[in-house]
Design a protein around this ligand. Structure first.
Ligand code: 3LM
Length: 396
């Protein structure tokens, strides 16, 4: 590659395909090799000592780094426009390692009012066992965020769009408040993927993902990632990742690299399909309260257009006749599968109150906007007429 070419900034899909791995010069293998090894042989005893001391580059042991996983991390860092990424065994492993790396006993975390159920569960553990407090805050207006920042607030933690209500938070505002108040801002970007939204570009500090979802895309793995500055991610790598040990296995890193190669293509199709499905649901007489950022009726449609490059594949809605009617409809679906998780090529439908958000006490769940009858649909990449046909027959 000429130096001119290497300085040129490549587009998202080019990075998604190529970044992190060049065909192995020894074998010519086009696909990323799976380094299925727990440990790495040192050329000499002195080399081993220097690697442990951090005086020499090189792999040591797969909990501390593995070449297949490194290739994945470089790809994700490039796509999220971060300096460094780390891969974890699950989204929750990434989220817990990042939060534990940021707080100590007596600190406070300010969160969006609306979080994935197990993230809420982890905050409850921090509060009950480790004296780290949290507040859930409606972050749609600046004043209410500023009101909730305390002297001991160390982290602002948000999802946008929020799972499953699709409420959106202004990333530029969060980035700015974080800088002004010296608070680290962490954004769960699972619902968008870096193809549709890059929170670091808005001044936020750390991005986390359940890579199980759009990044993997095929419903065949569980993984997580965290992205941010080299300094912060190295801190996590050598503390809460190394010593708790929630690392990603090489085979899952390989699957994730394979999945990410088609991320942009899949996200375009997810967004295109979901827009049509949301319009169909909105026009259906039995359906109410359709929440999809791409709908003109969506209360934060303008903000969504400003900070997202597309509206993604998630829709939440209710049936006018309520919970029982909703569950009946889910049971009548044939093509769409009743399952938690999201972002797969397959369309998946679930009931947050009894499934993904069942750990959140009802009173808090209602405040988050998750009504008893709310249904969440993750629109896949099937032919959209077939998705709509299935919904139509189940609704009738
Ligand atoms: C779900 N969500 O169906 P893992 N952040 C967000 C998420 O949606 C999730 C995680 C983190 C779902 C999983 S529920 C038992 C199934 C916004 C997961 C956690 O640890 O990779 O599952 O990510 O909404």
């Amino acid at each position: 590659m000429s130096s001119k070419e290497s300085n040129r900034e490549q587009g998202f899909q080019t990075l998604a395909v190529h970044k992190g791995y060049k065909p192995d010069p020894l074998t010519g293998s086009l696909a990323l090799p799976i380094h299925q090894t727990s440990t790495f042989v040192f050329p000499s005893a002195e080399t081993g000592g220097r690697r442990f001391a951090g005086e020499e580059e090189g792999y040591v042991y797969s909990r501390l780094g593995n070449p297949t996983v490194t290739a994945l991390e470089e790809k994700i860092a490039a796509l999220e426009k971060g300096e460094k990424a780390l891969a974890f065994a699950s989204g929750m492993a990434a989220i817990s390692a990042v939060l534990l790396g940021l707080v100590r006993s007596g600190d406070h975390i300010l969160c969006s009012r609306g979080l994935y159920g197990c993230t809420f569960g982890f905050l409850s553990i921090l509060k009950d066992k480790f004296n780290v407090d949290y507040t859930l805050c409606d972050m749609r207006d600046k004043e209410s965020i500023l009101r909730e920042i305390k002297e001991n607030t160390k982290v602002i933690y948000i999802e946008t769009p929020i799972n499953p209500t699709m409420q959106i938070i202004d990333l530029a505002l969060i980035g700015q408040i974080g800088k002004e108040h010296n608070v680290t801002t962490v954004v769960d970007n699972t619902f968008m993927s870096p193809y549709l939204q890059r929170p670091l570009e808005y001044g936020c500090d750390v991005v986390v993902h359940s890579a199980t979802k759009y990044l993997g895309g095929h419903g065949d793995l569980v993984a997580g990632v965290a992205v941010g500055t080299k300094e912060f991610l190295e801190h996590i790598q050598f503390t809460t990742q190394k010593d708790i040990g929630g690392i990603l296995a090489p085979f899952d890193a390989f699957l994730l690299v394979r999945g990410i190669k088609t991320l942009g293509v899949r996200m375009d199709r997810h967004s295109e399909n979901a827009q049509k499905v949301a319009e169909f649901l909105e026009s259906h007489p039995k359906v109410t309260n359709v929440m999809y950022p791409g709908l003109k009726s969506f209360p934060q449609h303008e903000l969504a257009k400003r900070q997202m490059d597309g509206f993604g594949g998630l829709i939440s809605f209710e049936l006018k006749e309520g919970l029982e009617a909703g569950l009946n409809m889910m049971n009548k679906l044939e093509l769409l599968k009743c399952a938690v998780s999201l972002g797969d090529v397959d369309s998946l439908i679930q009931h947050p109150a009894s499934m993904t958000h069942s750990v959140v006490p009802r009173e808090e769940r209602i405040k988050m906007g998750i009504a008893d009858g709310l249904i969440r649909l993750s629109v896949g990449i099937e032919n959209v007429e077939d998705i709509i046909y299935d919904l139509e027959q189940a609704l009738s």
